[in-house]
Design a protein around this ligand. Structure first.
Ligand SMILES: [Zn+2]
Length: 147
């Protein structure tokens, strides 16, 4: 903060600084503090980004790792763990779909009729197979195996 004042006894106008003027040394001290703060914020942001974008690790173990702890067992209830168990469950469904599609293209209703699995499991498996590029969906809603 800067204040204008008049020195008593003279009419000389002057300027006084109520706070220590920042010289190179004080600025450097502040700059170092700000750099450290910046680094901490960057690391925190990267941790959140890692938590959100990591697809191949249990979310609970990621959280534990953030707080410096490790675990060898997955929690079984996070999005990763649920996705993994659904994926394992859907393996036989996928095999059955693959076997049906090897005989020729089929729509989902025909697959539901031919396969002895709940509709939801078949739809889930089909979506997974589409995502993984194993099959393609034609304009007339038939699924075909990709070679
Ligand atoms: Zn988990």
């Amino acid at each position: 903060m800067r204040m204008k004042f008049y020195v008593e006894g003279s009419l000389r106008k002057g300027t006084a600084f109520l706070e220590v003027r920042e010289d190179e040394r004080t600025i450097n001290r502040v700059a170092k503090f700000l750099e450290k703060q910046n680094q901490i914020k960057t690391e925190q942001f990267e941790s959140i980004l890692r938590y959100v974008t990591t697809q191949d690790q249990c979310k609970s173990s990621l959280l534990l790792a953030y707080f410096g702890e490790t675990t060898k067992t997955d929690c079984g209830i996070c999005s990763y763990c649920i996705g993994k168990s659904r994926l394992q469950d859907s393996f036989p469904v996928k095999e059955a779909i693959k076997a049906e599609l090897e005989k020729g293209p089929k729509n989902s209703r025909t697959l539901e009729e031919k396969l002895n699995y709940p509709k939801e499991e078949i739809i889930f498996a089909l979506r997974e197979m589409l995502d993984n590029d194993y099959i393609r969906l034609d304009l007339n809603n038939t699924y075909t195996l990709k070679k």
